[in-house]
Write a protein that binds this ligand. Structure first.
Ligand SMILES: Cc1ncc(COP(=O)(O)O)c(C=O)c1O
Ligand SMILES: N[C@@H](CCOP(=O)(O)O)C(=O)O
Length: 462
């Protein structure tokens, strides 16, 4: 399996190099040169497997010979051993034909653990094999950062620097990032929003001298391995509800477009998915774009679902690559226009995108009302991101097709919003009970690329 860049001007790579490289050297994102296909009979044969066995079967065609089967089996087993639910991604029923896919049973209580716990294992295996070390820099609106720190804390051959927007993550999220004591963990509170953090990260990748000097690696969904690991739970949940004999739909709380893009990949592999719905909060650039209004940046507005407070949605580039017939030059041109404020999508590309993705948005009041109502009606306590998903799913779903809404985080990560909506303050699980007593270690830093690079150079362990 070879990987190519969405901007068409970077070297093709195998899976392991793609994973270590992160952003392609032409500024694009890596995607498989061709998506592996499964027949209906092959999908049916995946029914009843454990999550780990399913992960092996779904991911192997993308990984090629970068890892042997027994090594990969072992790494997958280690990745998911810290989850607190034997099904890893259990489904619960909310209503007739409406299901919630609980993706928050990993160590940091968000869907990011599915990919990050695995990537932690894959990185360690490749770095040990090659005798290399890397500097991971990540941008986060709250959940990627804590998941990355959890996956890489204490490793000898990795430093991890996490850029998060100061004052714009929940207190639980912040403490998850600032309380680990390991010397290789560096939490940086940036005076800016998530787009500033992600912009700085991409600029670091595009500065080849810096990139090569610190041996920069990325674990945001820039990294194809992140998207790949997330494809698995689309299969596990659809199989539970009768795939491939019965199509299902998904609604995905969306910000950086990585999670829903994983659903798109599952569908391209042959999983019968009827609708893939992107649900946004008031930062609704994706919903506006899919509604035909072009992709034009505005200000990021803080919300009660802070992990989705994003305007420049990184993985949308992967969808645009497909929408523009895999024309890297066309995508590079669009990204150039985006750096100046935005772009209009051509008619043909828009038709493709609208065939693949539906969309909707939830306001702050609608999100709060959904948390309250779902709690009363079903007993399920939603985090605000999952509530955005449920609200949009209820609006758009076809009653005859099972709808699966992704519950992307545990409500205890956002206790203020959940309490405001429901009157219930969700307790942290046992392993995080003392989170508020642990000492914090964080560097406040300006939204300044030079200062960020200087800080990383100074603190990286050589
Ligand atoms: C809890 C939560 N829900 C939803 C999202 C949006 O996911 P994506 O950025 O993959 O669209 C995020 C951030 O990624 C998140 O942390
Ligand atoms: N919501 C994310 C933003 C970064 O997304 P990623 O999937 O590209 O890592 C977060 O919680 O940090």
């Amino acid at each position: 399996m070879r990987y190519i860049s969405t901007r068409g001007a970077a070297p093709e790579l195998p899976f392991d190099d793609t994973m270590l490289t992160g952003l392609a050297r032409d500024g694009g994102l890596y995607v498989p040169a061709a998506i592996p296909q499964l027949t209906s009979a092959e999908i049916a044969a995946l029914g009843g497997l454990s999550y780990e066995d399913l992960a092996l079967r779904v991911m192997t065609p993308f990984i090629g010979d970068s890892f042997g089967e027994s090594e990969l089996t072992d790494l997958i087993a280690r990745a998911y051993s810290g989850f607190d639910h034997v099904a890893r991604a259990p489904l619960v029923q909310l209503d007739t034909n409406h299901f919630l896919l609980e993706l928050f049973h990993g160590p940091t209580l968000a869907f990011k653990d599915f990919a990050m716990q695995l990537i932690g294992q894959l990185f360690q295996a490749v770095l040990a094999r090659r005798g290399e070390r890397v500097t991971i820099v990540g941008a986060t609106s709250g959940d990627t950062g804590s998941a990355a720190i959890e996956a890489f804390r204490g490793l000898d051959n990795v430093d991890v620097f996490i850029l998060f927007p100061h004052g714009r993550v929940s207190e639980v999220q912040r403490r998850q990032m600032t309380t680990p004591a390991e010397a290789n963990v560096h939490a940086l509170a940036v005076d800016g929003d998530f787009d500033d953090c992600q912009g700085a990260l991409k600029a670091m990748f595009n500065d080849f001298a810096f990139r090569d000097e610190v041996r920069l690696a990325g674990v945001n969904s820039i990294n194809w391995a992140r998207v790949l690991a997330q494809v698995v739970y689309y299969f596990s949940s659809a199989l539970s509800l009768g795939a491939p004999h019965r199509p299902v739909s998904f609604t995905v709380p969306t910000g950086n477009f990585g999670d829903i893009f994983a659903g798109h990949v599952a569908r391209c592999m042959g999983l019968p998915i009827d609708r893939l719905v992107a649900a946004t909060n008031q930062n609704d650039i994706l919903h506006r774009c899919l509604s035909g209004q072009g992709y034009h940046k505005g200000q990021v507005v803080p919300s009660i679902s802070p992990s989705m407070d994003i305007q420049v949605s990184s993985n949308f580039e992967r969808a645009l690559f497909d929408a523009y017939g895999r024309d890297g030059k066309a995508v590079a041109q669009l990204m150039e226009e985006l750096s100046l404020g935005g772009f209009d999508v051509s008619q043909g590309a828009l038709e493709y995108l609208r065939e693949q993705f539906d969309s909707g948005r939830a306001s702050e009041q609608e999100t709060l009302a959904t948390i309250r109502r779902v709690r009363e009606e079903s007993g399920e306590l939603l985090c605000p991101h999952s509530a955005v998903g449920v609200k949009v799913a209820e609006e758009l779903r076809d009653p005859d097709v099972p709808m699966i809404t992704l519950a992307t985080a545990h409500p205890a990560k956002f206790p203020d919003a959940v309490e405001q909506a429901s009157g219930i303050r969700p307790p942290l699980p046992a392993h995080m009970q003392d989170l508020f007593e642990r000492p914090e270690r964080v560097t406040r830093i300006g939204n300044d690329l030079g200062a960020l690079k200087a800080h990383i150079r100074e603190h990286v362990q050589r």
